[in-house]
Design a protein. Sequence first.
Length: 118
Amino acid sequence: MNKKELFERFTYLEKQFGELYQQFGELKTNLVQIIEENHHLSVENHHLRKRLDSETIKEEKQNPDNSLQSKSQVVGEGYDNLARIYEEGFHICNTYFGSPRAEEDCLFCIDFLNKNQK
Ligand SMILES: [Zn+2]
């Protein structure tokens, strides 16, 4: 390898490094966005759960006789939501929860749905 070739290789590698560095920067920005979004969703989820709990308690105080019925209704709705999420193409099983599902059925998800069916 002569000096000119060596120099050209260095220049090429330098360019590659620059592009890689830029891609790392972009990935890092995406990662930060995802972490922030995840944090916001966790906070929102926490608030919604608290609100659901207090609404449920309020409802039970108003209708003590219906408390058992309304609880089984909530369970039923939870099941419907999970079934819908699954139909929309996402995993609801513990193993892959929330990740996009391939076309074929997931045995873990089916098992989970069957266990939670009323
Ligand atoms: Zn699954």
